[in-house]
Design a protein around this ligand. Structure first.
Ligand code: CP
Length: 307
């Protein structure tokens, strides 16, 4: 039985196969509409979510399966003190696969160690968000045609933004991907990520001003400042509007520089950018359904049935 706790749980070949499957699903959805008949997905969300939870639910329903779960710790027996380990043993009796979001780093790994069903990490604290990474990979591949040979700027809260951590970990496996890490000093990527980039001799630069580097980017990955991970409200208020991508900044970018954002957006992308053909964050949301469909099929061992 396989789980997905980190993007690196899939080899690069498996990732590319999954992205091929996601593309086939996007082109031929009817072919997949009954593959999960009789299967159940449990969504165990101890933290708020719109996209990840609903896209998992849409994914399972698109495959013919059904869903059950909870959308906050307060509406589950976690509020009475039940552990993640006990919860997953119980949920294993009700469902065939589960997606778990939890504020504590490593909680999905604990669940996987006690689970009788595949566990998917749907975001654990400031750590990893592997299905967002698969979504980002599909978006980049569909827009650019390749996951090799480009420069990506990651901008905003690179300290707490788990989507950034997962995406860097993944993209260093591809060829000639250069990173521009754009953040205020206080929100730089954790040292362990810089150490990995250094160890693997990956080209990167660390900057504070988006205007200084936007013209060299092929992809701009914007992120929001993660209010829920700050200990101090004043620090959040000081940082929250540090970056605002607007039309003037887009005018400085390449004509084919795509803008991605895992969403939710707060102020960091002005709504005037939404109509720019390079703004790709809502396309990204749709790709998120296809990759989660492909992932459910892969972890349930049903991916070969429809080839
Ligand atoms: N991108 C993302 O994880 O969004 P949600 O928090 O709404 O799931």
């Amino acid at each position: 039985m396989r789980h997905l706790l980190s993007p690196l749980d899939l080899t690069i070949e498996e990732t590319n196969t999954l992205l091929d499957l996601a593309r086939d699903i996007s082109k031929n959805p009817e072919k997949y509409s009954h593959v999960c008949d009789g299967k159940r997905l449990a969504t165990l969300f101890y933290e708020p979510s719109t996209r990840t939870r609903l896209s998992f639910e849409a994914a399972m329903m698109n495959l013919g399966g059904t869903v059950l779960g909870f959308s906050s710790a307060n509406s589950s027996s976690a509020s009475k003190g039940e552990s993640v380990a006990d919860t997953i043993r119980v949920v294993s009796c009700y469902a065939n696969i589960c997606a778990m979001r939890h504020p504590k780093e490593g909680a999905p790994r604990v669940a996987a160690s006690k689970s009788a069903i595949p566990v998917i990490n749907a975001g654990d604290g400031g750590h990893q968000h592997p299905t967002q990474t698969l979504t980002d990979l599909m978006t980049i591949r569909e827009l650019r045609g390749s996951l090799n040979n480009f420069t990506i700027g990651l901008c905003g809260d690179l300290k707490f933004g788990r989507t950034v951590h997962s995406l860097i970990n993944e993209l260093i496996r591809y060829e000639n991907v250069k990173f521009v890490l754009i953040s205020p000093k206080e929100l730089r990527v954790p040292d362990y990520i810089i150490e990995t980039l250094d160890e693997k001799h990956i080209e990167y630069e660390v900057v504070e001003k988006l205007e200084d580097v936007i013209s060299k980017l092929d992809i701009l990955y914007m992120t929001r400042v993660q209010k829920e991970r700050f200990f101090n409200e004043d620090d959040y208020l000081r940082m929250k509007d540090f970056y605002i991508l607007n039309k003037a900044k887009m005018d400085m970018a390449k004509p084919d520089m795509y803008v991605l954002h895992p969403l939710p957006r707060v102020n960091e992308i002005s709504i005037e950018v939404d109509d720019d053909p390079r703004a790709s964050y809502f396309k990204q949301v749709q790709f998120g359904v296809y990759v989660r469909m492909a992932l459910i099929l892969t972890l349930l061992g049903l991916d070969k049935e429809v080839r």
